[in-house]
Design a protein around this ligand. Structure first.
Ligand code: GLN
Length: 272
C-alpha cells in the first residue's frame, strides 16, 4: 500500500488515518504528503490495518496511539484511565488563574487518572505543592509515568496518594480540583463515542451521576484553608445540584463556567 492510498481522504476516518500514519512512520503530515507515492513496509501496512479495524470497532484513537494531547502537553493513556477531554482544559484555565494569585499554594487533585490536571497545573505553576489521588493503582502509576515525562526533574514535587476521594488525605489545601465521574449508570451516552472502552469507574456515579460530586463537596470544608477554593467539573445538567450542595456547605462566590459547546460544565466556590 502506498502512503497516498492509506491517506485517501474519501475513506472514513481521514483524520484518524493521518494520525495513525504519522504515529506509525514517526513522520509529520508534510513529510507524508511529500512522499505519498512511497510504499509502507509490510509491517507498517499490517499495523495500519489492525489499527483501522480497532477504530472501526469504536475504540478511541487515543487508546490506539497510547497518547492524548491535553493543554498542549502529550499524556500517555491506557484503558485504565479516562482520556483527557478538552472540557477539562476549562477547569485548568480557571484553576490556574486563581492559583497564580496565591503564594506557594497547596493544591489537591482528586481522582487524577492520567494526571492531566495535576501535571498541567504543576507545569504552569512550579511554585505550587501538588497532591494527586486516585483509587486505582494502575491510574496512579500511569500518572507518575506522565509526570516523569512531562515535568522531568520537577516530577518529584507531586505527592501521589492512593485514596478513595479524601479517605487517605490529611492536611489542609488552598485549592481542591476534581473531574470526578458524573454520568448516571445506564445513560445512553455511555454506549457511544468510545465510552465503552473507558473505565466505568472514572465515568459513572450513582444517584444520577451525582454521588462523587456530593461526597467531594460534603468533605471539602474539612480539607480547605480559609479562604479555600473548590473547582468541580460536572455534567451539563448538574450545575444546579452542585451550586445547591456548595451553598449548603457554606461556600460563597459560586461561579458557573460554560464549556466550548456552551454547556454548564464547571463550578467553583470559595469558603471564607
Ligand atoms: N465529559 C465526559 C463525557 O461526557 C465525562 C467525564 C467524567 O465523567 N468525568 O464523556
Amino acid at each position: 500500500m502506498i502512503i497516498a492510498e492509506a491517506l485517501n481522504p474519501r475513506e472514513p476516518f481521514s483524520i484518524e488515518r493521518r494520525r495513525l500514519l504519522e504515529h506509525l512512520t514517526q513522520r509529520n503530515y508534510a513529510y507524508l504528503i511529500a512522499h505519498s507515492n512511497e510504499s509502507l513496509s509490510a509491517s507498517q501496512e499490517q499495523l495500519f490495518n489492525t489499527y483501522l479495524t480497532r477504530l472501526k470497532g469504536g475504540e478511541p484513537l487515543a487508546y490506539i496511539l497510547g497518547e492524548q494531547e491535553f493543554y498542549g502537553l502529550s499524556f500517555k493513556v491506557n484503558p485504565q484511565v479516562l482520556i483527557p477531554r478538552p472540557d477539562t482544559e476549562l477547569l485548568v484555565d480557571h484553576a490556574l488563574s486563581l492559583i497564580q494569585t496565591l503564594n506557594h499554594p497547596q493544591v489537591i487533585d482528586l481522582g487524577t487518572g492520567s494526571g492531566a490536571i495535576a501535571i498541567t497545573l504543576t507545569k504552569h505553576c512550579p511554585a505550587l505543592t501538588m497532591t494527586a489521588t486516585d483509587v486505582s493503582p494502575a491510574a496512579l502509576s500511569l500518572a507518575q509515568h506522565n509526570a516523569k515525562l512531562i515535568l522531568k526533574d520537577k516530577s518529584s514535587s507531586v505527592i501521589w496518594l492512593q485514596s478513595n476521594w479524601f479517605e487517605q488525605v490529611t492536611g489542609l489545601f488552598d485549592v481542591i480540583v476534581s473531574n470526578p465521574p458524573y454520568i448516571a449508570p445506564g445513560d445512553p451516552h455511555l454506549h457511544g463515542d468510545g465510552l465503552p472502552f473507558e473505565p466505568q469507574l472514572a465515568l459513572t456515579a450513582d444517584n444520577q451521576g451525582t454521588q462523587a460530586l456530593a461526597s467531594i463537596i460534603k468533605d471539602s470544608p474539612r480539607y480547605l484553608k480559609r479562604p479555600g477554593y473548590l473547582f468541580l467539573e460536572h455534567g451539563y445538567d448538574q450545575a444546579a445540584f452542585v451550586a445547591q450542595a456548595l451553598e449548603q456547605e457554606g461556600f460563597t462566590e459560586i461561579k458557573l463556567h460554560l464549556d466550548f459547546n456552551h454547556h454548564p460544565r464547571l463550578t467553583q466556590g470559595t469558603l471564607r
